[in-house]
Design a protein around this ligand. Structure first.
Ligand SMILES: [Cu+2]
Length: 65
């Protein structure tokens, strides 16, 4: 399953790594792709949408929509 999140506040490679690390720590997540230009995070795996959104927020970024 693929899920795409609109995320505000990611501006550099550090942000990319922080979000990647936070989301990869969730059980069921297979792959994470951060697109800084389009402000998108693409997640492959079986983790619940809300759980992924929470992890992104806890890392310090804003999930939009
Ligand atoms: Cu940054």
């Amino acid at each position: 399953m693929n899920q795409t999140f609109k995320v505000e506040g990611m501006s550099c490679h550090h942000c990319e790594m922080a979000v990647e690390r936070a989301v990869k720590g969730i059980a069921g997540v297979e792959n994470v792709q951060v697109d800084l230009i389009n402000k998108e995070v693409k997640v492959t795996g079986s983790a619940a949408r809300e759980q992924i959104a929470d992890a992104i927020r806890e890392a310090g970024y804003e999930v939009v929509g």
